[in-house]
Design a protein around this ligand. Structure first.
Ligand SMILES: *Cc1c(COP(=O)(O)O)cnc(C)c1O
Ligand code: SF4
Length: 528
């Protein structure tokens, strides 16, 4: 069916204006006999129109019928025994059926078509999403099989598996260990050995259990197992911009009101695309209390600062005691209004999220809002276990935000990204940022996604998944710089022309009047 044509017809009937009545009642010379069945149908719709209180669909159907009778047989409603006053009454009823004096019936029929058209935009996604981007929930049975195999191979007990300590103690750090739990090509074993001289490998057994064997470029494998590219890529690593923005030890500061404390370089695992890859390559460290005091002192003195992000490495790699100490100290500072903890640990070792940590978060969040910032790049990382951890964290923080990185093969596909953002929400997490992968490190240059491809994917989300599931697209280049495409196409007088990202349709949007804007308004006008 051609919706455009159908809609035009409905629109005309929907208006039910005087022109339409004139058309129906206009007498034409060559009239044909109208079959009784047509007249009966129209009368049935009239009866329903009189009695139906909820919808005006019958009224629409009545007038559609009268219109087709007019078109096919030349007969006016009067010719077939309809009273004009009653028809007028029905038209009136149609127009005033809802409180906005907009006819519901006509809108229902027009809207049904419009909705159907919009549905077409997500039809394929809904059909293929489980295949293109299976979640950790969907793959859970397979993951449990992997777990059994890994536990056996690493000699782990259930209590080892279920504790953070056990996960870290049994972390996979060598190619041989990895080869014993998943089937990897011999060449990769050699490459991992070659690469590990420069970058350490560390995969928690839990995270390793999320790897789907036999999937080439599995998204979890890609994020955790170093490949030959990491040392073979050309180019030299550029200094992180942050090195010029460290006004005190442990502190990075790009902005006047928010800064980060790099409280440790430790992580439960090493990510192959890590921006702080330089930290990984050296030894683990936790700072002395003296160094923390220095950082805190800097924060205490700069009263412009209101938001402090405790990060690393990974904030949850710190002991609960250290986290409590840092949060307590921050809560004591008057000008600090909000805090954040930055951690991927609930994804890599959700076992870390224990009751003691939750109590610490809750107590601090009671004083001043505490947000939790994490990094999840693939729906495969979202499992029943990590969801449980996030659900608990969500109860004791003001919000959980996700900062994903666009990574080739992992999420550089519109359906993979749509699904990631939707499943994050389902897991109590809010998609916050989406980073273009950094240009500074040749180590992961092979994982970069060009900015334009990212823009296409980000735009594809508008109008198709819900607004607060759409992250902001950024580049980090001395601060976070927005990369979104401009949907303001041009200006025509006081109108701006906007483009709908999902259809390309241009819409005229009258802007607020700039002259008016600078005039006194409301209460100002009463001023003497
Ligand atoms: C990311 C970052 C922040 C926080 O930025 P928001 O845009 O507020 O999330 C603050 N300081 C540094 C150094 C950062 O890298
Ligand atoms: S958790 Fe974060 S800091 Fe640690 S290795 Fe991964 S990306 Fe880097």
């Amino acid at each position: 069916m051609d919706c455009e044509v159908e809609n035009t017809n409905l629109n005309e009937i929907d208006r039910l204006d005087i022109q339409f009545f004139d058309y129906l009642y206009e007498n034409k010379p060559d009239k044909k006999a109208v079959p009784a069945i047509e007249i009966d149908r129209a009368k049935e719709w009239l009866e329903l129109s009189k009695t139906s209180h909820k919808l005006t669909n019958p009224i629409i159907e009545l007038f559609k019928k009268l219109k087709s009778i007019k078109e096919d047989f030349g007969a006016t409603p009067a010719d077939i025994g309809f009273n004009r006053d009653i028809l007028m009454l029905m038209a009136q009823k149609h127009k005033t059926t809802d409180e906005h004096h907009v006819s519901i019936g006509g809108r229902v029929m027009i809207s049904a078509e419009i909705v159907k058209k919009a549905d077409a935009r997500v039809e394929e996604y809904l059909k293929v999403r489980k295949e293109v981007a299976p979640t950790g929930y969907e793959l859970w049975d397979k993951m449990l099989e992997n777990k059994a195999k890994i536990m056996k191979s690493l000699g782990m007990s259930n209590s080892d598996w279920d504790s953070y300590g056990g996960q870290i103690k049994h972390a996979i750090t060598s190619a041989e260990q990895l080869a014993s739990i998943i089937d990897i090509p011999k060449q990769l074993v050699e490459d991992i050995q070659r690469v590990s001289h420069v970058f350490r490998m560390r995969i928690s057994p839990y995270y390793a259990s999320l790897i789907m064997p036999n999937v080439v470029n599995d998204p979890v494998l890609l994020q955790s197992v170093p490949t030959g590219d990491m040392v073979d890529n050309k180019g030299i690593e550029l200094e992180p911009v942050a090195s010029d923005h460290s006004p005190a030890r442990l502190i990075d500061q790009f902005y006047p009101r928010v800064l980060t404390i790099k409280a440790t370089n430790m992580c439960a695992m090493f990510c192959t695309h890590c921006l702080r890859i330089a930290h990984i390559s050296s030894k683990d460290w936790v700072s002395s209390n003296n160094t923390y005091e220095e950082a805190l002192d800097y924060i205490r003195k700069d009263t412009n600062i209101r938001d402090v992000l405790i990060t690393g490495g990974d904030a949850l790699a710190l002991s609960n005691k250290k986290i409590k100490y840092l949060l307590d100290e921050l809560d004591k500072i008057d000008h600090i209004e909000i805090k954040r903890l930055g951690s991927r640990i609930p994804i890599m070792t959700p076992q870390r999220v224990n009751n003691e940590l939750l109590d610490i978060c809750e107590a601090s969040n009671e004083k001043k809002p505490l947000r939790f910032v994490t990094q999840i790049n693939s729906v495969q990382e979202l499992t029943p276990v990590s969801k449980e951890a996030f659900k608990k964290l969500n109860r004791v923080t003001s919000t959980i935000l996700n900062q994903a990185v666009f990574l080739r093969g992992i999420n550089d596909d519109k359906y993979k990204m749509w699904r990631l953002c939707e499943e994050l929400q389902n897991s109590y997490i809010r998609p916050y940022y989406l980073f273009n992968c950094s240009f500074r490190n040749p180590e992961f240059a092979h994982m970069r996604v060009p900015v334009e491809i990212g823009r296409d994917i980000v735009e594809s989300m508008y109008g198709n998944i819900c607004g607060d599931a759409i992250p902001r697209y950024l580049a980090t280049a001395g601060g976070k710089i927005p990369l979104h495409r401009d949907n303001v196409v041009r200006r025509e007088g006081n109108n701006i022309i906007l483009k709908k990202p999902w259809s390309g349709e241009e819409v005229e949007y009258p802007d607020g009047d700039l002259n008016e804007y600078h005039q006194p308004f409301s209460f100002e006008k009463y001023q003497k």
